[in-house]
Design a protein around this ligand. Structure first.
Ligand code: ADP
Ligand code: ZN
Length: 741
């Protein structure tokens, strides 16, 4: 850090004598309404984007210079910038992005900035780390064991290595290295800590593309070379080679010396993607997600800010990394609702990625086999360009979808697999192929109740039933994480051992499978059963290498994976998700079931998909079976347009919450009374949220429905000034809500 030197009173007086001092506006990563002015000490060169240390009250905080100061505070009252961090500046596009997002989602800019400089310690140059190199002269005092010989061989060709790296390459423990250092065979050197990623090599040849793929790749790569903002929807069935196509655009960006950001919905589960990238470009991308260690996070942040990390693959928060030379953004599986961040700053990463591309004047590709209705409408209306890949690669056919009518084809009592589905599984396994049973429900049973009095086990903190997780031996709340053991006596009627499971979760399906197919090697994949990316990668590998016959899984298995021997997908409950008041229920169910179906028959063997349902006549199932995605979307668009729902109208939700129901109700009712209503705008509510108590907080919701011409954010901001809110009550604004709980 540059210290400003002596900023004594004498300096201040001298400055005042010389006329007004330079001041800058500094945005702090706090939920403050605006940036504050600070005086710039004599001799400190500061520019917009610089990271600085400033005093705030009794604290010292890191903020970012947001512009020249103004304000009417007299110089005397102004505090001085304490120091400038030795860190790359936050680029202009990132700063404008922070302001834009803050304004759009109605959060204080400082709260958004926090996502940008979340790893504050990244701002100071990282501490050097210790590495080993071969000792000069090679005087060998110690014994040369085979392990030690391997270490020396590794060090012979090339630079000093970090201990862990060296041990891995030489296939020994780090203890061996210590011993060798003591014996003088190798020596420690200090290396500046950096993210030691080899550069991805764009010049390596990619796959030989089909004519359709080539046309799409040329188009995207052309946009990258040309530069400037453009948004393209890359729309193609699962297995059509969309990833191969956008890899070509990435290569073009790398060739031009630019950085690339790829957003994936579940980065912790994208082992296959990472492997593929490494194979194509001879080097891994930089990863950005919540599983990174603190040290890794800091190094990655710095490598991105310095421009040395060329390709970043990340979850939604990667959008806020300070790329100085971004040349392309790819949002893969763009329809996924995981891109919506629901706590803190509430934003949709796909939509904000389009904004980031716009501000950075670069192309963005939105990739999906089942694009969101919003995206399709944007393409139809000419705002996005559309590239279409109609066929699966190498002639693999799309699987045949059929429904199983559970009203006729009934499972046995307390069982969930119909005779037809069981038969199909048996045939698949007998043929040496793999089957998958899909049920988007974790745990053993979604509801547990007392057989003698009907008492249901509920979460004490939330309006939600506890879900039995038999493998973990617990009942769990899926909203707050509360857990308890299954009580041996009913708390209401005191009947012993009276609790009964209602309905299936994946664990219960596993139990049924074990009964019907005792010889099948089965695994259950659900987020609570997988601890970290390494375990996920291992399970995926076991499936690929055919160490597994039957996979039972939640939506975790629906996406992206390529399992050549998987030929049967059975959807245990295709109706799950179709009920409920969510405006996107049909769309989401369609997307999810289409994605799951896409797992079947990805290679030369044809696939088959069986959907168990109580309502085979439902339009979503009809469209799935007919393979009529576009028809389904057109119908869905028409329905939304009639009701003025997104993307034809706009929505915003206000969630009022607090520990005391009375206070929350008073605020919610005051909001209801003062709500803006009139031409083009209407407010529904307040009403208790479906999760009316969550983590011990009472919740009420209001829903704003507005015409696209209404200045929604300004209207809501005005409205909020009209209501007095006690300190215990919080109002969260959710622009473009996806969750209505
Ligand atoms: P999508 O992203 O559309 O689901 P992928 O890019 O994952 O499709 O392609 C599906 C499979 O087909 C992958 O294993 C991929 O490597 C392979 N593939 C696609 N296009 C080609 C090609 N032109 N040459 C060789 N393999 C290809
Ligand atoms: Zn709970």
């Amino acid at each position: 850090m540059d210290s400003p030197g002596s900023s004594s009173q004498a300096d201040a007086q001298a400055a005042e004598a010389d006329g007004p001092r330079r001041r800058v506006r500094v945005l702090l990563p706090l939920p403050l309404a605006e940036a504050y002015d600070y005086a710039v000490p004599e001799g400190m060169a500061l520019a917009a984007g610089d990271c600085v240390l400033v005093p705030l009250g009794s604290r010292e905080l890191t903020g970012v210079v947001w512009g020249e100061g103004g304000g009417d505070l007299p110089d005397k009252r102004l505090k001085e910038v304490l120091a400038r961090h030795d860190a790359p500046p936050i680029p202009e596009a990132s700063r404008r992005f922070v302001d834009w997002v803050a304004n759009y989602v109605m959060s204080p800019p400082g709260a958004v900035l926090r996502m940008c400089i979340s790893t504050l310690s990244a701002l100071n140059p990282p501490k050097p780390t210790q590495a080993y190199r071969a000792a000069d002269g090679g005087s060998v005092a110690g014994k040369l064991t085979p392990a030690r010989r391997r270490v020396l061989a590794v060090l012979e060709d090339g630079p000093p290595r970090l201990p862990a790296e060296l041990a891995r390459e030489a296939g020994c423990g780090t203890g061996v290295l210590k011993g060798m250092a003591e014996a003088g065979m190798i020596e420690a050197v200090a290396l500046p800590a950096r993210l030691n990623l080899p550069l991805p090599d764009w010049s390596q040849a990619g796959a030989a593309l089909s004519p359709d793929q080539q046309a799409a790749a040329d188009m995207l790569a052309g946009q990258v070379r040309e530069g400037g903002y453009s948004a393209t929807v890359l729309d193609g069935v699962t297995g059509s080679g969309k990833t191969e196509v956008y890899f070509e655009a990435i290569a073009a960006a790398l060739e031009a010396g630019r950085q690339v950001l790829v957003l994936l919905p579940e980065i912790a589960l994208s082992a296959q993607w990472l492997e593929r990238f490494a194979r194509r470009f001879g080097a891994p991308p930089a990863e950005w997600h919540s599983d990174l260690t603190g040290a890794r996070r800091r190094l990655t942040w710095r490598a991105v800010a310095e421009g040395s990390a060329k390709v970043v693959v990340g979850a939604r928060s990667a959008l806020f990394l300070p790329f100085p030379g971004l040349g392309l953004i790819v949002v893969d599986e763009e329809h996924e609702t995981a891109f919506k961040q629901e706590d803190g700053v509430i934003y949709h990463a796909r939509d904000m990625a389009v904004v980031r591309a716009h501000l950075g004047e670069i192309p963005i590709a939105l990739v999906s086999a089942t694009p969101a209705l919003e995206t399709v409408v944007n393409a139809d209306q000419g705002r996005y360009r559309r590239l279409h890949l109609p066929d699966r690669h190498a002639g693999a056919t799309l699987p045949a979808l059929e429904t199983i009518d559970l009203r006729q084809d009934k499972p046995e009592r307390q069982r969930f697999l119909s005779p037809t589905l069981k038969q199909a599984v048996a045939e698949t396994l007998a043929g040496g192929e793999q089957a998958m049973l899909f049920l988007n429900r974790r745990g053993y049973a979604p509801l547990t109740l007392c057989d003698s009095c009907g008492h249901r086990l509920e979460c004490p903190n939330c309006t939600a039933w506890l879900v039995e997780h038999r493998l973990a031996g617990r009942l769990q709340c899926h909203h707050c994480g509360y857990g308890e053991r299954l009580p041996s006596v009913c708390p209401t009627c005191e009947a012993p051992d009276s609790f009964r499971a209602c309905g299936p979760g994946v664990e219960r399906i596993a139990e049924e499978v074990a009964e019907c197919f005792p010889d099948a090697r089965t695994i259950v994949m659900a987020s609570d059963l997988i601890h970290g990316p390494a375990q996920a990668a291992d399970l995926i590998r076991r499936i690929q290498e055919r160490e597994v016959d039957l996979i039972i899984g939640t939506q975790l298995v629906a996406k992206g994976h390529h399992f050549p021997l998987l030929t049967l997908v059975g959807v245990v409950d295709a109706d799950l998700g179709l009920s409920g008041g969510d405006l996107r229920a049909s769309e989401r169910t369609f997307q999810l079931l289409q994605q799951v179906s896409g797992r079947a028959g990805r290679a030369e063997r044809p696939g088959r998909v069986l959907l168990q349902t109580h309502m085979p006549e439902h339009p979503v199932l009809g469209a799935l079976v007919a393979g009529d995605r576009d028809g389904f979307l057109a119908q869905e668009a028409e329905a939304r347009e009639m009701r003025l729902l997104p993307p034809f109208g706009r929505l915003a939700a206000l969630i009022v919450s607090g520990p005391h129901a009375g206070d929350v109700d008073r605020v919610a009712q005051a909001l209801g009374r003062t709500a803006p209503r009139g031409k083009g705008i209407d407010v529904l509510g307040p009403a208790p949220a479906p999760l009316s108590v969550l983590r011990g907080r009472h919740r009420r919701r209001l829903l704003v429905k507005a015409d696209r011409r209404i200045a929604l954010q300004r209207t809501i901001a005005d409205w909020l000034t009209r209501v007095k809110v006690p300190g215990s009550v919080r109002i969260a604004v959710d622009i473009d809500p996806y969750s209505f709980l």
